[in-house]
Design a binder for this molecule. Sequence first.
Ligand code: G6P
Ligand code: MG
Length: 219
Amino acid sequence: MIKGIIFDLDGVICSTDVYHFEAWKQTMKKLGVNIDQNTMDKLRGVGRVEGFKMMLNDAKITLSEQEIIKYCDEKNELYKNLLNKMSYSDVSDENRAALYKLKEKGIRLAIGSSSKNARLVLEKIGLRDFFDAVSDGNDLKAAKPDPEVFLKAADMIELPPAECFVVEDAESGIDAAKNGGFTAIGISAAAKYERTDYPINSLSEIIGILEKTGTETKI
Ligand code: G6P
Ligand code: MG
């Protein structure tokens, strides 16, 4: 019986990829490295420092931990400035309507994101107070594919993983969901991933999946 849904944020509720890309492009340029969309695809769902280390590794650049933190902080300042461009209209009408419909059905809704900026993004898109819980990249000990971020979210909405869907756009996020014992719904790149239980093109399709699998809701 599904009673809760945990949503990844970037790439699921809204698209921040373009801003991450721009901020990383400017940061990596300082190190003489040009990055492309392929690099960005690899960073999807990966934490800030882990992602930077992956790019350094690919470029065969060694930096001290102190320098790594400095570059990551610089990238984050650029990224936060770019987030000022985001607004309510960054969530499609269809996705917003689906979220409200799920809430009306009495499903508990949470965010499970690796981003330390999740609350800032939610504020920009007008969903700061919408979710019952927000589990984000702050205070996380292990990054996806470790299930920690989703297990914390499930704990916050007081449900066991077996009673929650996780909605993800990254393969590492689907792995995290499956490793934690959740049912995984995949969108975008994750829709094609072999470990995904239900592929979707739009959040509105979740309502149909819930009806198929059965829920204990108000309706
Ligand atoms: C999400 C994005 C990643 C990003 C990560 C950390 O998972 O998909 O591309 O690196 O969050 O985001 P942050 O806002 O903490 O730098
Ligand atoms: Mg994502």
